[in-house]
Design a protein around this ligand. Structure first.
Ligand code: PLP
Length: 480
């Protein structure tokens, strides 16, 4: 260990959180329809596998793009040679145009403000490298994507200070929470450099409303700090309210015209979620700040997008017929899948935060906790991973402040696998409730084994209990 650097060996990367441990457990016993039907179903991975057939058909109709060819002629040698780190102009044009299309063409992006990076992971890390260092703080609303602990803190040495959001208002950011986080950072002698938000949110699956975005802009203007908007899920918004980019909010505010706040607002994007291509490693930083763009471009040497990927995607994304069909069809499929999950969970007496985007739902299982603690949340999570054999992500791994929430992904499996997962969870809730009932009967009558009458009584009671649970949840949802 002494041979390695302190940064390499310190554990601020967060890789030992239950979020990543769940993936490891899944790898040991992965579900397969025929080869391992009792294995763990992976519901902890935000992958979008619902629309692969669309790019596949496009490739079949456009064989040149993936075959290193232009007008039938090989361009292998051109692509194989070193490309400079500014990226292919054709690809940057196609990418900014795709980003505008996702935002309903309400926002225009200048290709000279974009820096290509190997995914949003690389983009977030590089941006943080440009903005912050040890002794600096980034404020992030909770719950947040667990990968940020690795991406933002590990190599930069900066700290994340949480903006505490709660279920009382659907985890929306409030002015009080922003101010509290700012003071908390100051108390720790940290210099606040930025607020970072994910819009639409991972893990909530919700889009930020305009009031929230305006609140953020007003806050960063007042404090003279940066605002980073990770918009990696912008193309996954499947129902209203529609997606509003931070750039649209800035453009619409008279007080921001000609203001230096434009130099302090940066967007992170990637094709990993919207196009379902995390393996291609394509991401970007968008910023109007020339110094940030220049520094990030130099840094991009550490994580370039390969030239054949840029060539292939510039051809696909320049086909407007393809992009428009893809965007709408993908959103339609996400909505159908989201609805199936919400419906299946509701049948098990479990409710989700109402959501309109993303590849997951934010699910409230607090009623299944033995007590309202994070220890009980991890115990429940272990049961769900090892006994129910579903890998979901506990809210604590996303720094949620309330125990009992879990992120459940729905777009990385077939409809049949999702149905099986719902069947498993229903059986689990039923047996967990029977155990509660048995405990109650035993307490009332003194310890003894349950009789068949107990069991049938239990069933009736259970049905009522699940019904009561779902209706009280519906009431709570209405209250939000
Ligand atoms: C909010 C957020 N940002 C960044 C990433 C990283 O994405 P990429 O695969 O493009 O590196 C993810 C992946 O899950 C994410 O959810």
């Amino acid at each position: 260990m002494g041979m390695l650097s302190r940064k390499a060996t310190c554990n601020s990367h967060g890789q030992d959180s239950s979020y990543f441990l769940g993936w490891q457990e899944y790898e040991k016993n992965p579900y397969h329809e025929t080869l391992n039907p009792t294995g763990i179903i992976q519901m902890g991975l935000a992958e979008n596998q619902l629309s692969f057939d669309l790019p596949e058909s496009w490739i079949a109709e456009n064989p040149d793009a993936a075959g290193f060819k232009r007008n039938g002629e090989s361009i292998f040698r051109e692509l194989a040679l070193f490309q400079d780190y500014h990226g292919l102009p054709a690809f940057k044009n196609a990418l900014v145009s795709f980003m505008s299309e996702i935002r309903g063409n309400k926002v225009n992006f200048d290709p000279s403000n974009i820096v290509l990076m190997a995914g949003a992971t690389s983009a977030n890390e590089t941006l943080m490298f440009c903005l912050a260092e040890a002794g600096d703080a980034i404020l992030i609303p909770t719950p947040y994507y667990p990968g940020f602990d690795r991406d933002l803190k590990w190599r930069t040495g900066a700290e994340i200070v949480p903006i505490q959001c709660t279920s009382s208002n659907g985890f929306r950011i409030t002015s009080a929470a922003l101010e509290e986080a700012y003071s908390a950072a100051q108390k720790r002698n940290l210099r606040v450099k930025a607020v970072l938000v994910t819009n639409p949110s991972n893990p909530l699956g919700t889009t930020m409303i305009k009031d929230e975005l305006n609140l953020l802009v007003t806050f960063v203007i007042a404090k003279g700090i940066h605002l980073v908007s990770d918009e990696i899920y912008s193309g996954t918004v499947f129902s209203s309210p529609s997606f509003t980019s931070i750039v649209e909010v800035l453009a619409g505010r008279p007080d921001c015209q000609g203001s230096d706040v434009w130099d302090r607002v940066h967007v992170v994007y990637s094709l990993s979620k919207d196009l379902g291509l995390p393996g291609f490693r394509v991401g970007a930083i968008y910023s109007s700040n020339r110094a940030v763009v220049d520094a990030a471009t130099k840094m991009s040497s550490f994580g370039l997008v390969s030239s054949q990927t840029q060539y292939f995607l510039s051809a696909m994304l320049s086909d407007k017929k393809f992009t428009s069909r893809y965007i709408s069809e993908n959103q339609r499929r996400l909505k159908t899948r989201h609805d199936s999950l919400v419906h299946g969970l509701k049948e098990a007496g479990i409710r989700c935060l109402e959501s309109n985007a993303g590849l997951f739902c934010w699910v409230d299982m607090s009623h299944l906790l033995r007590e309202k603690t994070f220890k009980a949340e991890i115990d429940l999570w272990k049961k769900i991973v090892y006994e129910v054999r579903l890998n979901i992500s506990p809210g604590s791994s996303c720094h949620c402040t309330e125990p009992g929430w879990f992120r459940v992904c729905f777009a990385n499996m077939t409809e049949e696998t999702l149905e099986l997962a719902m069947q498993r969870i229903k059986e689990f809730v039923a047996s967990a409730s029977s155990a509660i009932l048995r405990g109650g009967c035993e307490r009332r009558r003194g310890r003894r084994h349950p009789s068949s009458t107990d069991k049938s009584l239990g069933k009736k009671f259970l049905t009522k209990w699940v019904f009561r649970l779902s209706s009280s949840h519906l009431r709570e949802a209405d209250d939000r």
